[in-house]
Design a protein around this ligand. Structure first.
Ligand code: GUN
Length: 288
């Protein structure tokens, strides 16, 4: 049986096309332009690249985009004031605080994320949106797990009744992923660094989602033949090569479908951010 390579660019293009149509419809019928503000604090090089990519994607689709670059020395109070001003800004419908924050602000992360108005929280990190997802009222959903679900749906992978195993329990990927899969009637197991006999569990997975942050961690012996493997990881090897959390070359010999890294599900994260921005703009407009 030959493996299906799930190419992110194919699915991201589909999502972006439908977002573009929606943006044009909103502009024509509501006479407003969806707007996204991204706040970046400090000089993290990877974050700068991500933020630039978000800005470019907004421009491509006709979404108004503002990048607010703040110095590492900024205080929590100044950052809170910036967020509050964006909450009140009618041209902005989505607010994203790029993570990770500089060391000095790390302990303030929860408070800062909570300051973003839940209706503008396009990252889906506000406790209100986390809670809504947990009780099955999906509103603004974190972009990476939302992208994984969208990819499974667009690839016609059946979720209901399947055993989905997630490796990683982060607030950004693992936990929201579990809720999204449960809402689609999968049987869900979350594994993590303390899970005993991990392979015996991953080998039961019809759908295996890997977000553990360890280069090429998942090997062929951990995967059930024919399983759908979604690799959320992105790691740089000492030779500078980018790889996922899955050993792609090995696992593609066993899996039924697999996402590559780079070029896999990561490309859907930005597409889902754009989709969330348009969703937020539409809902905020209705509320007015
Ligand atoms: N840094 C890496 N991924 C993300 C994300 O999805 N949202 C935010 N805010 N920061 C990130």
């Amino acid at each position: 049986m030959s493996v299906r390579i799930l190419e992110g660019k194919v699915f991201a293009a589909q999502i972006k096309q439908s977002v573009k149509v929606e943006v044009e419809k909103i502009k024509a019928t509501q006479r407003m332009n969806p707007g996204l503000a991204v706040i970046i604090v400090g000089e993290n090089p990877a974050s700068k690249v991500y933020v630039a990519n978000k800005h470019k994607a907004c421009e491509e689709l006709g979404i108004y985009s503002e990048v607010i670059s703040l110095p590492e020395s900024i205080s929590k109070e100044e950052l809170l004031a910036q967020i509050i001003s964006l909450n009140e800004n009618p041209a902005i419908h989505g607010i994203l605080l790029q993570l990770p924050l500089p060391e000095a602000l790390k302990n303030e992360e929860a408070e800062l994320l909570k300051a973003i108005h839940p209706d503008k929280d396009v990252d889906g990190f506000h406790p209100v949106n986390v809670g809504k997802l947990a009780i099955g009222q999906e509103h603004l959903v974190p972009c990476t797990p939302a992208g994984c679900i969208k990819m499974l749906e667009l690839a016609n992978v059946e979720i209901a009744g399947k055993h989905a195993v997630i490796i990683g329990r982060s607030n950004i990927v693992g936990k929201p992923m579990a809720n999204l899969l449960l809402a689609r009637h999968a049987t869900v197991t979350i594994c993590h660094s303390r899970t005993a006999d991990l392979s015996s569990i991953t080998r039961q997975a019809d759908i295996l989602i890997v977000a553990i942050g360890k280069a090429q961690f998942v090997t062929a012996d951990m995967v059930k033949p024919g399983a759908v493997v979604i690799d959320v990881g992105i790691n740089r090897l000492p030779d500078k090569k980018l790889v996922g959390d899955v050993d792609f070359e090995q696992v593609k010999e066993v899996a039924g479908a697999i996402t590559p890294v780079p070029g896999g599900v990561g490309l859907l994260t930005i597409a889902m951010l754009l989709s969330n921005t348009v969703k937020a703009a539409t809902l905020l407009h209705v509320k007015k």
